[in-house]
Design a protein around this ligand. Structure first.
Ligand code: SF4
Ligand code: SF4
Length: 151
């Protein structure tokens, strides 16, 4: 009787070992799901939402924003501060200050949808890092864009 139990234990143990090894070998030859970040980056989904960014007018290079304030009013978290000025020869204002408090933004997209100038879009930036939250409280969305004003 003891000999029978002994043999049964060997058989069930071997079957269990083979099942485990099958999983191990299957994963050894399958494609990895991870990437060697930061040398490699994983492909982002098409609808990924990073922080909002300001788009430039294709002709002038100036911000598309004409400072109507619609995005700031609709933002449920009051993240947006915008100011505009009218250049002498133009009818519409141009944004001269556009700050985002990204620490409060929920990426809801209401600002992007409500903008009549289609001036806002989501960035693809997912690797934001900083030492203090203050670095993300006043993100300047006009940085790097041309301006009709000399400051
Ligand atoms: S995505 Fe939503 S929370 Fe973020 S700035 Fe726009 S409206 Fe505000
Ligand atoms: S809704 Fe558009 S045009 Fe109006 S202030 Fe916001 S970004 Fe500028």
């Amino acid at each position: 009787m003891n000999g029978y139990r002994y043999l049964a234990g060997i058989v069930t143990g071997s079957v269990s070992l083979l099942k485990g090894m099958r999983v191990t070998f299957a994963n050894m030859v399958s494609r990895p799901h991870t990437v060697q970040w930061p040398r490699q980056t994983a492909p982002l989904p098409a609808r990924f939402r990073g922080h909002i960014r300001m788009l430039a007018d294709e002709e002038t290079g100036f911000p598309r924003c004409f400072a109507c304030g619609s995005c700031a009013r609709i933002c449920p978290s009051a993240c947006i501060t915008v100011q505009g000025r009218k250049p002498g020869d133009r009818k519409k204002k141009v944004a001269v200050r556009f700050l985002l408090d990204f620490t409060k933004c929920s990426l809801c997209g209401l600002c992007v949808e409500s903008c009549p100038a289609r001036a806002l879009a989501f960035s693809r930036d997912y690797a934001l890092a900083g030492y203090r939250d203050t670095e993300f409280r006043t993100m300047d969305l006009l940085e790097g864009l041309a301006s009709p004003f000399q400051f």
